[in-house]
Structures are given as structure tokens and as C-alpha cells.
Design a protein around this ligand. Structure first.
Ligand code: HEC
Length: 482
């Protein structure tokens, strides 16, 4: 466009100045070759990104990212293998065509909380790591939960946080000492005030933070660390009070290596499971102890089967039951919860966006595997695009209540007694007044499950993969009126 200005300009001097700049910046012919972003998208991206069958975010999900995030992905991120095949200029063109979202750089979470000393995070209620405890039960005790079957129906939205530059929200949050620690797609770890959502600090990792977060004391007196990994297999320890990095290490040199399993600290050693972005892992197993003292390892499988094995009898099978039909995307996808009586197993059985198949949750008696109750999947609201009733997200239990999110965007609280729905909330909506000023929308609930701490329920909403509903909301609920 600017190349034509000199000829058309009536002011000779201005025209000359324009002409010079243009000549320096654009070699002859460059303009004709400038690719059209939409055409590049159709030719080089759409085949994968519109199939709805793989992990590739949908077109709508890509449109939520900023130009810089898309370009970063094509040059040094997960899409670099595609980016390097593109002719010069195509990556820029497609990135500016797609990039609509709120850029991360533009909206850093500054400290918005008042300065105050951080109490001992291990003195009060907390949820740490993926499963909340070493047995990975995803069960929160009554005194830590501060919520029960009678009060749960009063839950309402207290605050929402908008994840910048994100089509998904998929890291299990940790809560300790009145702070929420949350990983995000833009490679940030946020420390937020648990009650109000104001920002305390933000740490910039090298890539998306998808693991759960573990908070643990260090050897230095009074200093606590936050441990987490990114999708490029970097493991970090960050000072939980200040957000300053204590150390970082690359766990695995394989180029497809990623950290999605959550760090676990046991007797002074930090355990991390690495996986590959080329493969899929199953649900996380749970270690429970029955009232008579027998221990059982409960594992859900993508095949839809639940297995209970005795770790003290060389893995002898105690019982096996079918919960779902199974498939590539579950069966049992991200993990059940267990209290002292039952295992609560949600079923994905995802058959693609728009399919009303799938979903449901079953309570199995821990001692013999008998079905205590079954609550079937609930059909999607009419007309909701990318919707599915599959319940793929991890389950969270507190005494009397079990929480399960579904791909249609609903978070539901079921009674542990009979599976009746005590409360539900449709997270698919716009959150224009987020605590950090980043506009957010809710979407599919997938991946981690809620954390329930001190009367509050925290949950991620949005999952723009496999044709599901994208979103970038982190939501905090409390019993309204309290
Ligand atoms: C061969 C299939 C394929 C092609 C072609 C492809 N993508 Fe992807 N893309 C994927 C998959 C699969 C993922 C998800 C990767 C993951 O989550 O591990 C993805 C993820 C992405 C992401 C998200 C990265 C992130 O960090 O959130 C962006 C942005 C993206 N692709 C852009 C593009 C653009 C732009 C093009 C065209 C120039 C393109 N892709 C072409 C398969 C593809």
C-alpha cells in the first residue's frame, strides 16, 4: 500500500520521504508475494486444526491466542515442525490472520494484593499436588473442605480470573496458606489470593505449565518452595512467598519430552514422571486403606475398566469392574476420587463434539467393587457448539459430595449417598469482570478437577482440543451469603 503513496501524493517532499522509506524496507516484488493469512491457514493448518479428532486446537480456539503466541508456537514451540516447512512470510501472515486474543505481554498480572506476611502454609487447610494427598485420593477432609452436602447448594461465583493468551485452562491448582498457585498456557505460574483472587506474584516459565503444583518446605528454615514442570520438560522450584526462582533443571533431553505428571515429594526426594507429547497417559491410580487396614490400589483405564489390586499381595486382583465402554479418549480419562467407602469414577466415553453419548459417574464400593449408585450422563444444552456430555475431567470428593465436570461446561456436585445432583453450574458464559481485567469465557471442563479448600471451590474452565469448547477462565465459588 505505502509503495503507491508517493505517486499519488501531491506534496512532493512528503512523497519523496515515503518513497525512500519504502524502498529501504520492501525490495521490489515483495508486495506481490505477500501471502494471504487465511489462504495459508487453509493450505497449511486446517487439515489438522479442523478435524476435531486430535489435540490440535480448533479454529475458534486458535483465534483466542495472540499473534505473538501463534508465531512463537510456529518458531520455537509445539508447531515448530510445521513452521520450518513454511515459505518465508507465511508464518507471519497466518499468525496475524489468526491472532486475536489478548497478548500476554500486554497484560501482565501485577501485584494487586496489599503487602502482607504469608502465614505458615502447612498450618491450615490446603490442597497440594494432583491428588491432594500422597495416596492421590482426590478426597478432601471435612475440616479442610469447609463445605458439605447441606451447604453445597448455596455455592455461587465469588471471582473469576482470565488466563491471558489461552484457549484452555488445564493445570490442577494448588491452595495453601490462603494462596492459589496456578499454571497457565502462557507459561506463567500465578500466585493469587485465595479469597479475593488479587495477584501476589507471577513467575515466567519457559513453556506452558500443565502439571499440578506442589508446595513444600525447603531445608532453609521458614522457606517454602513451589514445584512444577513445563511442557518442555523443565522442572522448577520457586520461592512460594516471593515467586523468585530457586532452581530449574531439564528433566529429559528428548525433544518430545514433556512434564504433565505432577511432582511428588516423599522422604526428601522429588519424584516426577516424564511423558512424551506423542503419547497419552491414563488416569492416575489411587492408594486407599480400608477400615480393616487392607490397602488397595485403584486404577481406572481408558478401556473403561476399574481395577483394584492389593499392593501388599504382589498386586493380586481384589476386583475389576466396567465403568464405561472405553476408547481413545476414555473410558476413564483423568482420574477418579475415593473416600473411605467408595471410589467415584466418572466416565468420558467421548464420541466427538456434538455426540450425546458418554458421561456419567459411578460409585463402587471399595471393599468388593459392588456398584453403590450410578448417575448417567446428562445431555448437552440444545445448540451448544462443540458440546459433549462426556465426563473426562478428574473427580474431587469431600465428605458427602463428589464434584465432576463435563465437556459441556457444567460443574456438578453429586451426593455421595445416592448420586443425586445437589448443585450444578454452567461455566460456559462470558466473565467480563475478571479480577485481573483479562476478559474470560468458560468452556469444556477437562483435565484437572476442582480444589475444595476452606469453603471455596476452584475450577478451570476451557479446553480447546478434540473439538471441545475453548475457554480461559479460572473460577472461584463460595457459599453466597457467608
Ligand atoms: C500435522 C498436523 C498439524 C498441522 C499441519 C498444524 N498443526 Fe498446529 N497443532 C497440531 C497439534 C496436534 C497441536 C496440539 C499440540 C499439543 O498440544 O501437544 C497443535 C497446536 C497448535 C497451536 C497451539 C500451541 C500452544 O502452545 O498452545 C498453535 C498456535 C498451532 N497449532 C498453530 C498452527 C498453525 C498456524 C498451523 C499452520 C501453519 C498449524 N498449527 C499446522 C497439529 C497441526
Amino acid at each position: 500500500m505505502s509503495a503507491q503513496i508517493p505517486q499519488k501524493s501531491k506534496a512532493g517532499l512528503v512523497g519523496l520521504a515515503f518513497g525512500l522509506t519504502t524502498a529501504l524496507l520492501e525490495p521490489a516484488g515483495a508486495q506481490a508475494a505477500a501471502p494471504d493469512g487465511e489462504t495459508v491457514y487453509r493450505q497449511s493448518c486446517a487439515a489438522c486444526h479442523e478435524s476435531g479428532e486430535n489435540r490440535a486446537p480448533s479454529f475458534a480456539a486458535l483465534r483466542r491466542l495472540s499473534t505473538e503466541a501463534i508465531l512463537e508456537s510456529l518458531t520455537s514451540g509445539t508447531m515448530a515442525y510445521v513452521g520450518e516447512t513454511l515459505p518465508t512470510g507465511h508464518a507471519d501472515a497466518v499468525a496475524s490472520f489468526l491472532g486475536r486474543g489478548t497478548g500476554t505481554v500486554a497484560v501482565r498480572a501485577r501485584r494487586t494484593c496489599p503487602e502482607e506476611p504469608w502465614p505458615d502454609p502447612f498450618a491450615g487447610p490446603r490442597w497440594l499436588g494432583w491428588g491432594g494427598d500422597l495416596g492421590n485420593t482426590r478426597h478432601q477432609s471435612a475440616d479442610f473442605a469447609g463445605l458439605d452436602a447441606d451447604s453445597v447448594s448455596g455455592l455461587g461465583l465469588k471471582w473469576a480470573f482470565g488466563l491471558p493468551d489461552a484457549d484452555r485452562a488445564r493445570a490442577q491448582p494448588a491452595v495453601a496458606g490462603g494462596r492459589v498457585f496456578l499454571g497457565a498456557r502462557n507459561g506463567r505460574l500465578y500466585a493469587l489470593d485465595a479469597k479475593s483472587g488479587c495477584a501476589i506474584w507471577e513467575f515466567k516459565a519457559r513453556a506452558e505449565v500443565r502439571t499440578a503444583v506442589l508446595v513444600s518446605p525447603t531445608q532453609a528454615a521458614g522457606r517454602n518452595a513451589v514445584y512444577f514442570g513445563d511442557i518442555k520438560a523443565n522442572l522448577y522450584a520457586v520461592d512460594a512467598a516471593t515467586g523468585r526462582q530457586l532452581w530449574r533443571t531439564k528433566v529429559d533431553d528428548h525433544e518430545a519430552a514433556t512434564l504433565t505428571g505432577s511432582p511428588v515429594l516423599f522422604e526428601g526426594r522429588l519424584y516426577v514422571a516424564t511423558s512424551s507429547i506423542e503419547e497419552f497417559t491414563g488416569a492416575s491410580p489411587i492408594l486407599v486403606e480400608l477400615p480393616e487396614g487392607q490397602r488397595l490400589l485403584i486404577a481406572g483405564q481408558k478401556s473403561g475398566m476399574v481395577h483394584a489390586v492389593d499392593p501388599d499381595q504382589e498386586g493380586a486382583i481384589a476386583w475389576q469392574r466396567r465403568a464405561g465402554k472405553g476408547g481413545m479418549l476414555g473410558g476413564i480419562q483423568f482420574g477418579p476420587a475415593a473416600d473411605f467407602r467408595n471410589a467415584y469414577v466418572a466416565v468420558s466415553d467421548y464420541r466427538g463434539a456434538g455426540s450425546s453419548e458418554g458421561g456419567g459417574i459411578t460409585a463402587f464400593c471399595l471393599s468388593d467393587g459392588q456398584i453403590v449408585w450410578h448417575a448417567p450422563g446428562i445431555p448437552c444444552p440444545a445448540g451448544r457448539e462443540g458440546c459433549s456430555s462426556a465426563q473426562s475431567a478428574a473427580v474431587t470428593a469431600i465428605p458427602g459430595v463428589v464434584f465432576s465436570g463435563s465437556l459441556d461446561g457444567f460443574l456438578r456436585a453429586y451426593s455421595t449417598e445416592d448420586g443425586s445432583v445437589l448443585w450444578s453450574y454452567d461455566t460456559v458464559r462470558e466473565y467480563s469482570h475478571t479480577v485481573n481485567g483479562v476478559p474470560a469465557t468458560g468452556g469444556s471442563l477437562n483435565g484437572p478437577g476442582p480444589a475444595v479448600v476452606e469453603g471455596m471451590v476452584y475450577v478451570n474452565s476451557g479446553y480447546g482440543q478434540f473439538g471441545s469448547i475453548p475457554g480461559n477462565a479460572f473460577l472461584a465459588f463460595v457459599v453466597i451469603g457467608e
